[in-house]
Design a protein around this ligand. Structure first.
Ligand SMILES: [Zn+2]
Length: 121
């Protein structure tokens, strides 16, 4: 697949694909004429890149996700995993709090033990 088709398919600008190629994150093959060409494997990698980016991962981290033989990979991925778990804990707390707030009958949050608990933790 040519770079323009990939850009359209994934909804990303062509220059982003150039950038990810230059950084070694997703490196397409080249045609005899030197044009970038993407296989199904490249498309899967690009979709993983986009999903990882959506949850705040850096291109350096995503590069490690996509390249099994890079040095320091396991440590960086474990660190990100810890971060994701911490984010999940915060989101779970926020969800529980908001579910409470929807039905909370107290006029002031300071008078509600459940609301106050969210402020103190
Ligand atoms: Zn409350």
């Amino acid at each position: 697949m040519r770079i323009g088709e990939v850009a359209t398919t994934l909804g990303v600008p062509v220059h982003a694909l150039h950038h990810w190629d230059a950084l070694g994150v997703v490196v397409p093959d080249r045609t005899g004429a030197g044009h970038r060409t993407y296989t199904d494997e490249h498309l899967v990698r690009l979709r993983i890149l986009l999903s990882c980016r959506e949850v705040g991962m850096s291109l350096a981290e995503i590069r490690l996700v996509l390249h099994r033989d890079e040095a320091g990979r396991a440590a960086v991925l474990r660190q990100r995993l810890d971060h994701v778990r911490e984010q999940r804990r915060r989101l779970d707390r926020a969800q529980a709090f908001l579910e409470h707030v929807v039905g909370c009958r107290h006029d002031l949050v300071s008078r509600c033990p459940d609301c106050a608990a969210y402020a103190s933790a």
